[in-house]
Design a binder for this molecule. Structure first.
Ligand SMILES: NC(=O)C1=CN([C@@H]2O[C@H](COP(=O)(O)OP(=O)(O)OC[C@H]3O[C@@H](n4cnc5c(N)ncnc54)[C@H](O)[C@@H]3O)[C@@H](O)[C@H]2O)C=CC1
Ligand SMILES: CC(=O)C(=O)O
Length: 373
């Protein structure tokens, strides 16, 4: 199979879909890899590094997109929709629930769209989302701490406090991978940490994990309102796999926060969980202010620490990618149930229920498309 890897074009997206080690893995199985020139530079890989691993350098995006399977990091932007065509395998983050136009372009062009974020193991884990959630969770506190500084529009709070001065309050809604990693960082800084989740078993695990260093609260609108009022840094970290994020924090709740407090809505890639987060921000222009509160809503946070993120991401994406290349997507999905859950669109049908529901498409079971009874 011919594998194509275009350069990412989202604002300050420095990650790349393959490393030289990934090229070696595909080459060992007899596949050809074409990577767009300079695609790896933001992650510290030169064209020469890829050539030495056995890749060919594509001189344009068009050349990279001409492959049988395109491996990317972020969802395609409108400028890339023109490369879609029937039977093209697109293997990347897609986040289709909040993206009606991208969904339509994939359906209309009969692309085989495999989303990293919905590949799911039987135990519910999302192995291709986890490493980026680890990165974004850790970053959310680092970023929040920075925007709490006066010069960045914040209220001038040091999250850890100092002897004689109380620490700041970090409130995290969603105690999954992002939430847990945010809590680790916030605890490390010495902040007061509160985590809310609807899954009480998860809260039990967190209480054990953090040995009393976090306050765990059941997530409901009353408890969220009470916690938000006290938050210096509020982190949105909820997920219902594949679906648009539930909006849990209302504008009225945000109005109760003190001026100069900070909101980091990590769940923005699934549409956001906070009512006042009404648009996606970029690494170039990451925040805006509403009701005196600093809002940060960058949908590709790990792109700012691209070396770490590219390595962490490709560690998990390449093994599935090699299965797809070796067997073809149908056979690979037949043999690997987790992978079959990643197929969101195939042959003009929407095969992920939450995406079909989000945009009013009929839902076709992936098993029907694969011919499994
Ligand atoms: N902005 C960015 O650059 C990035 C964003 N993300 C996003 O962060 C979000 C969280 O991802 P993960 O932590 O990996 O998901 P996860 O599935 O590990 O955790 C989500 C948690 O939300 C909880 N939850 C669901 N409904 C809730 C509610 N009503 N109230 C409170 N908690 C609720 C679940 O029980 C679960 O514990 C996802 O949207 C993911 O795509 C991940 C990486 C980068
Ligand atoms: C999860 C995701 O969309 C990202 O890492 O950018």
């Amino acid at each position: 199979m011919i594998i194509g890897v275009p350069k990412e074009i989202k604002n300050n997206e420095n990650r790349v879909g393959i490393t030289p080690a990934g090229v070696t893995a595909f080459r060992k199985s007899g596949h050809e890899v074409w990577i767009e020139t300079q695609a790896g530079l933001g992650s510290g890989y030169t064209d020469q590094d890829y050539i030495e691993a056995g890749a060919n350098i594509a001189s344009s995006a068009k050349e990279a997109w001409a492959a049988d399977m395109v491996i990317k990091v972020k969802e395609p932007l409108p400028g890339e929709y023109g490369f879609f065509r029937e039977e093209l395998i697109l293997y990347t983050y897609l986040h289709l629930a909040p993206e009606p136009e991208l969904t339509k372009a994939l359906v209309d062009n009969k692309v085989v769209a495999i989303a990293y974020e919905t590949i799911q193991l039987d135990n519910g884990a999302l192995p291709l989302l986890t490493p980026m959630s680890e990165v974004a969770g850790r970053m959310s506190v680092q970023i929040g701490a920075q925007f709490l500084e006066n010069s960045k529009g914040g209220k001038g709070i040091l999250l850890g406090g100092v002897p004689g001065v109380a620490p700041g309050n970090v409130v995290i809604i969603g105690g999954g991978i992002v939430g847990t990693n945010a809590a680790k960082m916030a605890i490390g800084l010495g902040a007061n940490v509160t985590i809310l989740d609807v899954n009480i078993d998860r809260l039990r695990q967190l209480e054990d994990l953090f040995q009393g260093r976090v306050k765990t609260i059941a997530s409901n609108s009353y408890n969220i309102a009470e916690a938000v009022k006290e938050a210096d840094l509020l982190i949105g970290a909820v997920l219902i796999p594949g679906a648009r994020a539930p909006q849990l924090v209302t504008e009225e709740m945000i109005k109760t926060m003190q001026p100069g407090s900070v909101v980091v809505d990590v769940a923005i890639d699934q549409g956001g969980s906070i009512e006042t987060v009404d648009h996606i921000t970029t690494h170039k222009d990451p925040t805006y202010e509403k009701h005196g509160v600093v809002h940060y809503a960058v949908a590709n946070m790990p792109g700012a620490v691209a070396r770490t993120s590219t390595l962490a991401l490709t560690n998990v994406t390449i093994p599935y990618g090699v299965q797809i290349a070796n067997k073809g997507y149908r056979q690979a999905a037949l043999e690997n149930k987790a992978l079959s859950k990643g197929i969101n669109v195939v042959n003009g049908a929407v095969t992920y229920k939450a995406v079909a529901e989000a945009h009013g498409y009929p839902y076709t079971k992936i098993n029907d498309m694969l011919g499994i009874k």
